[in-house]
Design a protein around this ligand. Structure first.
Ligand code: NAD
Length: 473
């Protein structure tokens, strides 16, 4: 990845600049705007864990951006680059994201400064449990106050450890498993959470292709079928997005940019095969389904219809934005485009679907998981068979009295009541469609906002401001 120049803003300043651009169009008191923009608190903890016969000190963060709604929500990232600026920027984005897609949470984010590759599973478990204990002491993990989720470098495994540690510490709290989301299904997780962010990106892209005016602005036609795509990062978000849009919608993934190199194939990369290859531990260079090159900073500028940055922040910056050759960027990662690059791309006419909307699928399904946990019942458990019985009666009546004949497959599909995964996908699709339409409506009512990102900020800030104005501070 190419480095941005020293003139580039840091991540938080970049998010604030985008926020300020939207706020400048609003008729809201500057004092209230400031209250909404600032991060309420950031807790930094240093703790020791005895490993390999020695004490190792780790630094962890949990930032709470806004508590206008509780619990606050946001992932926990494991990366050697985690720092206060980063978690505060990510926590702010969580506040705006949840407001935009009407998920009733405030914004938070956390991180642990370590490289997961440096520690084995048992060691990571001990570190995670100790971090959970530190967070729990300050109610920074809590079913009704602060609910972490996975992010870069963490997944179901870490969430299971965190939940279990919290449950041990608070065994009389009947809602204790709602302290984190993104847990394995057998430990109170929900079907569809692992894939949720990538699935949400797919639904956002499908929604984009339903809007002729937006396609025209981007210079695109038709639907996802046959569109050339460059993806950066084949982790949770990048893998699921690339898999779904290539296998289900016919998009052609021509470049995958990973930490260890780049894979290109003009005919389209088999994403499942590439992912299995990566999981097998073989080097990327040994993958036979495409042409490999060493880490190449220019790969993000490969010509394509759609660019999907799905790795980390700040990868499109003022030094490479001029060279980006795509029509549409969908920000699957948080903050992949810096504020300065955003301006360059807007001037070039690149259409950007912003992170706060594009990757909201994760927090949306986390919300469903949390509701399931505090409801203590799986979605669809009460209704499924009732729905099935009604559908069966309808089909029988139509066949007997209406002289209609349905195929066996149709009958089976129609009669079967919805499973939890069906309900989760339907709820996610609805949220992504509604989010896109809310941004578009904001733009229609305020054409001076010009672009989707500014409209998304405008909509989120308006809703949070209304909240504060209605209840006072
Ligand atoms: P992940 O750790 O599963 O995957 C990240 C991938 O990016 C890895 O495959 C890693 O090797 C690759 N990568 C790292 N540095 C890279 C570089 N310099 N160049 C190319 N590839 C690189 O993380 P994730 O959960 O998929 O998160 C990715 C992004 O999506 C982050 O910005 C995160 O905040 C955001 N996000 C994640 C979720 C979620 O549910 N996991 C939800 C919303 C947003």
């Amino acid at each position: 990845m190419s480095k941005s120049s020293a003139n580039e803003l840091n991540f938080r300043a970049s998010v604030d600049l985008m926020f300020n651009r939207a706020a400048s169009f609003m008729d809201i008191s500057p004092k209230l705007i400031e209250k909404i923009r600032v991060c309420n608190a950031t807790y930094i903890v240093r703790f020791g864990v005895k490993l390999r016969g020695d004490i190792h000190t780790f630094t962890g963060y949990r930032s709470v951006h806004s508590e206008h709604l509780e619990p606050v929500k946001g992932g926990i990232r494991y990366s050697p680059h985690v720092n206060q600026d980063e978690v505060e920027a990510l926590a702010a984005l969580m506040t705006y994201k949840t407001a935009l897609v009407h998920v009733p949470f405030g914004g938070s984010k956390g991180g642990l400064c370590l490289s997961p590759k440096d520690w084995n599973e048992e060691e990571l478990e001990r570190i995670t449990r100790r971090f959970t204990f530190e967070l729990s002491r300050r109610d920074l993990i809590h079913p009704s106050l602060n609910v972490p989720a996975p992010d870069m470098g963490t997944g179901e495994r870490e969430m299971a450890w965190m939940m279990d540690e919290y449950r041990r510490l608070h065994n009389t709290d009947i809602n204790n498993i709602a302290c984190v989301t993104g847990k394995p299904v057998h430990l109170g997780g929900i079907y569809g959470r692992v894939e949720a962010t990538g699935r949400g990106v797919q639904y956002a892209l499908r929604e984009f292709f339903r809007h002729e005016d937006d396609k025209k602005k981007a210079g695109l036609k038709g639907d996802l079928d046959g569109k050339t795509v460059v993806v950066q990062g084949l982790g949770n978000v990048g893998y699921h997005t690339a898999k779904f849009i290539s296998e289900e919608d016919g998009a052609k993934i021509i470049t995958v940019i990973e930490r260890d190199g780049v894979v290109r194939n003009k005919k389209g990369i088999d994403i499942e095969a590439l992912k299995q290859h990566m999981l097998s531990g073989e080097p990327l260079s040994a993958f036979s389904g495409g042409e490999f090159s060493e880490s190449d900073p220019a790969a993000i500028c490969d010509p394509c219809d759609i660019l999907i940055p799905a790795a980390l922040e700040g990868v499109i910056h003022m030094d490479n934005a001029h060279s980006i050759k795509t029509k549409l960027i969908i920000e699957a990662a948080n903050g992949p485009v810096t504020a300065k690059a955003d301006k360059i791309l807007r001037d070039k006419g690149v259409f950007i679907i912003p992170d706060m909307y594009a990757n909201a699928g994760g927090v949306t399904v986390s919300y469903f998981e949390w509701v399931k946990n505090i409801g203590h019942i799986r979605f669809g458990r009460l209704q499924r068979r009732n729905e099935e019985a009604k559908n069966r009666s309808l089909i029988q009546a139509l066949e007997e009295q209406g002289n209609l004949n349905f195929t066996k497959n149709f009958k089976e599909d129609f009669i079967e009541g919805a499973l939890e995964i069906d309900l989760v996908r339907a709820g996610l699709d609805d949220t992504m469609r509604a989010g896109y339409k809310a941004i578009k409506l904001t733009l229609e009512e305020n054409p001076q906002l010009e672009d989707m990102r500014t409209a998304a900020f405008y909509k989120a800030i308006s809703d949070i401001a209304l909240h504060y104005q209605s209840i006072g501070l």
